[in-house]
Design a protein around this ligand. Structure first.
Ligand code: PLP
Length: 454
């Protein structure tokens, strides 16, 4: 058989022309979003006050399997796609495993992550609707960066609420966003009612994603010609991210490689949902089987220790409710948690698939994650994002199991981005002062007890 190259590159004209909507093949559809005031399913017109029209259509569509990618988005994709699928020969050798390891690398663009795949789509639909601009939140900063790139491409105004501790720890992230023309405000801020309320109640807060979301939504609905956009969790984002999985599948098919295990880190679920989409589709249609593993931080374990229930998507409770695996919208990961993936909930699509037993979830502690990250950087050359390193950590564990058993499994994982702006966290690890924190059952219970009664 032909030797598999280090990097499987697709040709430009092999970039998929359509996104795949895995919901179309799900027997149990994800539960609808609920209006926070009435607890009734959100209608399209209600959602259109917050989100762009075309994106609302995509959000509510559980039956259309394929969506055409508009030419303007496709052309932008050509700037940084196709993304390479790398055969991790060096890593396999270093581990001494018979497993065959592949990773899909999404860090080859300035935002440094897969988030640009959805940012460009959301900016395009906002522009097509004739809007002036969009608002959003960003935690670690990758989404805000991706969105500022996308907005500058289409000439849209971009207003980013950045979680305060991240704003202070990552001043250069902020500067990248400003270079692309975005305005960046640390959250909680005094620019919104919800921000002022949160500051009054918790004057020393470092901010959280849930709080920044509330601020960005309030800003959007109170500004003429603005809508809110979100970089993860929503079903439309999972749809856009299916480009990752579709390319991966095409590249594997080119060399007749069949994956056995597919692994991705899970924050809100967008990269994992995108990576697994076409494989999960085959699984749902009974055409093939795969082990699919979501990897989350032990300090923010929504799938492995959360509850499958309706919850608010934000701290301020202004967003619709989603049925998802959640730790409670008031949950904040411990301050020593450095590795991203800090959202309290999980995409409704992934939550439903997980609840139906179609995928597994594991949690890993941050010191083992950074240990895997450091090894990976030294062996494969790429300096991974801490988020991505959760997937590396789990992939290495699976490869070592193959070493024990002698099985030659094929493992595919998502390397979602690079870690150049996470050097503060790497520094802690390199100095040997990074610690782990796992929330106690009582802490989780206190947060879960506050779930809304739906
Ligand atoms: C945002 C981000 C993630 C996590 O978000 P998901 O929506 O769960 O994919 C993972 N890796 C990187 C590099 C990110 O920027």
């Amino acid at each position: 058989m032909e030797k598999i190259p280090y990097k499987i590159y697709l040709e430009e004209n092999e970039i998929p022309r359509q996104w795949y909507n895995v919901r179309a093949d799900m027997k149990n559809k994800p539960a609808p979003l609920l209006n926070p005031a009435t607890l009734q399913p959100m209608t399209a017109s209600e959602l259109e006050n917050v989100f762009c029209k075309e994106l609302v259509k995509q959000e509510l569509d559980d039956t259309t399997a394929y969506f055409d990618i508009p030419d303007e988005i496709y052309d932008f994709y050509k700037m940084y796609r196709p993304a390479p699928l790398v055969r991790a020969y060096f890593l396999e050798k270093a581990l001494g495993t018979p497993a065959k390891i592949y990773y899909k690398f999404e860090g080859n663009n300035t935002s440094g992550s897969h988030k640009l795949n959805s940012a460009i789509a959301q900016a395009y639909y906002a522009k097509a609707q004739g809007l002036k601009g969009v608002t959003t939140e960003t935690g670690a900063g990758q989404w805000g960066t991706a969105l500022s790139m996308a907005c500058s491409f289409f000439g849209l105004d971009c207003k980013v609420f950045m979680v305060k501790c991240s704003y202070e720890q990552k001043p250069f992230r902020r500067e990248v966003m400003r270079t692309y023309g975005a305005s960046v405000t640390p959250s909680p801020s005094t620019e919104t009612n919800v921000g002022r309320q949160i500051l009054q109640e918790f004057p020393d807060t470092n901010g959280s994603l849930g709080c920044a979301i509330s601020e960005a939504v309030e800003k959007a609905v109170s500004s003429e010609g603005y809508r809110y956009v979100l970089g993860s969790v929503l079903s439309q984002v999972v749809l856009h991210q299916s480009i990752i999985g579709l390319e991966t599948k095409k590249a594997l098919d080119k060399y007749n490689v069949k994956a056995d295990i597919i692994i991705g880190c899970a924050g809100g679920g967008s990269n994992l949902g995108g990576l697994i989409a076409p494989f999960m589709g085959e699984k749902l249609r009974g055409e093939a089987d795969y082990r699919i593993i979501a990897v989350e931080p032990a300090s923010c374990p929504s799938l492995t220790r959360g509850k499958f229930a309706y919850d608010f998507c934000d701290t301020g409770k202004v967003c619709p409710l989603a049925k998802m695996y959640t730790l409670g919208s008031g949950f904040m990961p411990s301050a020593n948690h450095a590795g991203g993936l800090r959202y309290h909930g999980m995409s409704s699509v992934l939550s439903q698939l997980y609840d139906d037993g179609l995928m597994e979830a594991v949690s890993v502690e941050q010191t083992e994650v950074f240990d895997a990250a450091q090894k990976f950087a030294r062996i494969e050359g790429i300096l991974p994002a801490p988020e991505s390193s959760h997937a590396i950590c789990a992939a290495v564990k699976e490869a070592l199991k193959c070493k024990e058993s002698g099985e030659e499994k094929t493992i595919v994982f998502g390397l979602t981005g690079t870690g150049y702006f996470d050097m503060y966290a790497y520094q802690k690890f390199n100095d040997g002062i990074m610690s782990d924190y796992i929330p106690t059952d009582d802490e989780l219970k206190a947060s879960l007890d506050k779930l809304p009664k739906v």
